[in-house]
Design a protein around this ligand. Structure first.
Ligand SMILES: Cc1ncc(COP(=O)(O)O)c(C=O)c1O
Length: 410
């Protein structure tokens, strides 16, 4: 933005403009892909980071019952506790301890409108201007944006798709406040082994840093490496933040419900942010969440299992493209979430590839640049999501992808 224009805009009588610092915040990629999709309404999407299933039936029942309760539902209309309703917090506590084996000693729980909101609140609370957050590459773009919005500095570290703790350690400076891990990972689909997460957690403990563990995809494990959250480590509660989301596992992205287990010393600061932004999490949504958590892992398991076939279709499509001479590879076998990273030999950028794939070939993916992966001089990366399309539509999308890549990489 032209600083002169801003100066002028702040003069009396001129149209007021947003603050200058927003020019330093990453632009979200989704609206750009959305604009290309509007030009090609019949496109199939391997771009969306969602699942195609709906929430447990008990969710709608719980909401209807709450609303039908007449005066009994009046509580839903009033402000509630900042950190969430006690009943839901208790259900979250049980889930985190019994199902995920977390050591919650020294932690507090906070319900938020999605885990992005929790991450944003944390960035506000742990960062002074100029403080750094280490984000192993590829990063999740909303983490970058939250850090920047808090006047912090996101430090993308090329530490490998399974991040090497030593390379992360080498990136620590006196300004570093936290290291973020995402496992199972977006966009690579990698499940980071428990011993690697434990080493990163130990590094954080030794260097006085927070370890922010984004576990939005905790339920999505398809291979032999289990999800072993760092919060399981005894005594980790004073520096470990565990973020969970109901968006993916329960198909509740639009309901906006997530939660965070945070070191207790952060709660007062988080209360300031949450009170300002939301006052309390929406109470009807909390009833819905309570019903979802009651459906629990037994409800999630068959749905996650249904992704195994889709993952196989993606792997088969890549192998078939390779056997026909297409210069594409999977940099890592994707064993988690519902994503795969695809590396393409091409002078085109990931964004240029996606634009052409959508407009000319009717299939969308996300460009590696959105995740801090600029590719190289002759390489670009795409994130493929197999969460939204069931076979046979997924098969059709993959055919379009291969046809498109054959043209574009040829
Ligand atoms: C790593 C990661 N964290 C968080 C989120 C967002 O979760 P929520 O919908 O709970 O804000 C996403 C969504 O794509 C994600 O990929």
């Amino acid at each position: 933005m032209d600083p002169q224009a801003i100066g002028d805009a702040r003069s009396p009588g001129r149209r007021p403009l947003p603050a200058r610092r927003l020019a330093g915040v990453l632009d979200p990629v989704i609206p750009r892909v959305g604009a290309w999709l509007r030009q090609r309404p019949d496109a199939l999407s391997l771009a969306q980071g969602m699942v195609n299933w709906s929430p447990p039936a008990a969710v709608a029942e719980a909401v209807q019952a709450a609303l039908a309760a007449g005066d009994g539902s009046a509580v839903l209309h009033r402000y509630g506790p900042m950190e969430g309703d006690e009943e839901l917090l208790e259900a979250v506590r049980i889930e985190l301890q019994a199902h995920h084996g977390l050591d919650l000693e020294g932690t507090a729980l906070l319900v938020t409108a999605g885990s992005n909101m929790a991450f944003n609140a944390l960035a506000q609370v742990i960062l002074d201007p100029g403080d750094e957050v280490i984000l192993p590459l590829p990063w999740y773009f909303n983490h970058v944006m939250a850090v920047q919005l808090a006047a912090g500095v996101p430090v993308g570290v090329p530490a490998g798709l399974v991040p090497d703790p030593e390379r992360l350690a080498a990136a620590i400076t006196p300004r570093t406040r936290a290291i973020v891990t995402v496992s199972p990972a977006n966009p690579s689909g990698v499940v980071i082994p428990g011993d690697v997460l434990a080493a990163i957690n130990q590094l954080c403990a030794e260097r006085g840093l927070f370890h922010i563990s984004d576990e939005a995809y905790a339920a999505f494990v398809h291979g032999s490496v289990p999800h072993q959250p760092p919060g399981q480590i005894r005594g980790s509660g004073s520096h470990t933040i565990t973020l969970h989301s109901l968006s993916k596992a329960y198909g509740m992205a639009g309901w906006r419900l997530g939660h965070a287990a945070v070191p207790r010393q952060l709660l007062a600061g988080l209360a300031q942010v949450q009170d300002t932004v939301m006052i309390c999490p929406p109470r009807i949504t909390q009833r819905a969440a309570l019903a979802a958590l009651a459906a629990g892992p037994a409800w999630i398991a068959p749905r996650v299992a249904s992704l195994v076939e889709r993952r196989a279709l993606v792997l088969e499509a890549v192998a078939s493209g390779q056997s026909q001479g297409l210069p594409i590879t999977l940099p890592i076998v994707p064993d988690g979430a519902f994503y795969a990273l695809l590396s393409c030999e091409t002078p085109l950028s990931g964004e240029a590839l996606v634009e052409r794939l959508v407009i000319d070939h009717g299939v969308a993916a996300l460009p590696g640049e959105a995740f801090g992966l600029g590719g190289g001089e002759s390489r670009s990366l795409l994130r493929l999501s197999y969460g939204m399309l069931e076979p046979p539509l997924l098969g059709e999308a993959l055919v379009r992808l291969l046809v498109g890549l054959r043209k574009l990489l040829g």
